[in-house]
Design a protein around this ligand. Structure first.
Ligand SMILES: Cc1ncc(COP(=O)(O)O)c(C=O)c1O
Length: 417
């Protein structure tokens, strides 16, 4: 075991608080803000105004952004539909495909660790008579492609499986899934929110028919996203879920958020440019954090595959410590226990439970989300802080003490009052 860190010792000077929750959202990159500014000030035209230069200028900016977004995932500009974010993109893809292809069948396949935007869209469809198969995941968080193959039926219309998970960063075998779907004539949608801009993803090579992405996960603004919809081989059709002026080729009406879209385009272009270098940097920081925590603390475990994982994600359980208490003990560090989207409740994370974790271990888990603006000194600060707080909480934990004394907790008969 390493030396015990005193309060101020071994702490590099870093600006506090530290933001390390980049799977929840990311800060706006100043270069993105700069690109957006003209469209928040002087260039305020409506991209649908065809009669004057204000409208043309806005439309041109949107078209340029469409190219940039498409470029990041290997699609073409015409295949990009702008939305208000990935929750809408997921809903539009799943409900829009279900509605359009109802005559083909009544069956959808997804998996249990999807984001709620996917799971709840599927649940809504179940109420309308669709049958949905929720594939389990293995202990490493990945689906078994063999199980997917067995789940596909003649009446399967859509498979929707995420590229990367938001809590554990685990990557699903997207290409294998895509190929299987293409061979069977089943449409394949992927929630690529966490993957896009963080790892190689190509809608052609991966046989993706529809993909959801969100600007605020890649250093763009909140409230803007996109849905990629394949136009050739096969041409995918989507029934609009928001009707109105017929924007986005009738698939999503509503005046375009020009500044947001310009920001999303810039964010995609930057992510694409920096993808490989930044991926390696984040992996290095993430592995440094993991190594420090594992070297200094016992009874820790990493949740989800380390091999198939987003470079900036680390999800760890600190057994015999309550995650919320750990968070409270390090209030100058922004990380997350369970999913940020559901952390308003104290339910243990359904994603961690799907890996087979018990409630107690799931409750002791922390998600570290490293991003573009995190530096090595911050990693060292966070590692030292976690080590200090975990040790402190364990000193107070009777369970930890019992385990230290060699008691097997699973054999203890707890006396009920
Ligand atoms: C995997 C995944 N899908 C969908 C969403 C929803 O995206 P948005 O916040 O753009 O609605 C998120 C964001 O938390 C996510 O992580």
């Amino acid at each position: 075991m390493g030396a015990v860190l005193s309060k101020d010792e071994a702490r590099p000077a870093v600006a506090l608080p530290i933001y390390m929750d980049n799977q929840a959202t990311t800060p706006l990159d100043p270069r993105v803000l700069e690109a957006m500014m003209p469209y928040l000030t002087t260039k305020y035209g409506n991209a649908a105004s065809r009669n004057h230069s204000f409208g043309w200028e806005a439309e041109q900016a949107v078209d340029a952004a469409r190219e940039q977004v498409a470029g990041l995932i290997g699609g073409t500009a015409k295949e990009i539909i702008f939305t208000s974010g990935a929750t809408e993109s997921d809903n539009l893809a799943i409900k829009g495909i279900a509605e359009m292809y109802r005559e083909r069948g009544d069956h959808i396949v997804t998996q249990v660790t999807e984001h709620k935007a996917v799971l709840d869209a599927c649940k809504r469809l179940e109420k309308q008579g669709w049958r949905v198969t929720y594939l389990p995941v293995q202990a490493d968080g990945r689906i078994d492609p063999g199980e997917l193959e067995r789940a596909l039926e003649a009446k399967t219309v859509l498979v929707t499986i995420m590229a990367a998970n938001n809590e554990i960063g685990v990557l699903q075998p997207v290409r294998e899934i895509g190929r299987m779907c293409r061979e069977r004539g089943v449409l394949f949608h992927t929630d690529a929110v966490q993957a896009a801009g963080k790892m190689a993803l190509n809608v052609s090579e991966d046989f993706v028919d529809a993909a959801s992405i969100s600007a605020h996960k890649i250093y763009g603004p909140k409230g803007v996203g996109a849905l990629y919809v394949r136009r050739r081989n096969p041409r995918v059709q989507i029934a609009a879920q928001i009707d109105g002026g017929g924007h986005e080729r009738g698939m999503r009406s509503g005046t375009l958020n020009v500044a947001g879209i310009v920001g999303m385009g810039k964010a995609c272009a930057l992510a694409q440019e920096e993808l490989e270098r930044e991926g390696r940097r984040l992996e290095g920081l993430r592995d440094r954090l993991k190594a420090r925590l594992e070297a200094e603390l016992d009874y820790v475990r990493v949740n989800g595959s380390m091999e198939h994982r987003l470079p900036g994600n680390l999800n760890m359980s600190f057994v015999y410590v309550e995650g919320e208490s750990l968070l409270m003990g390090m209030n100058d560090v922004a990380v997350s226990s369970g999913s940020a989207c559901t952390s308003a409740t104290l339910e243990p994370s359904y994603v961690l439970k799907a890996l087979g974790l018990g409630d107690d271990v799931a409750h002791s888990s922390i998600r570290f989300g490293l991003g573009r603006f995190n530096a090595e000194a911050e990693v060292d600060y966070v590692a030292a802080k976690v080590i200090e707080v975990v040790r402190h909480l364990r000193e107070l934990s009777p369970l930890y003490e019992m385990v230290q004394e060699g008691v097997d907790l699973s054999k203890v008969e707890w006396q009920a009052k």
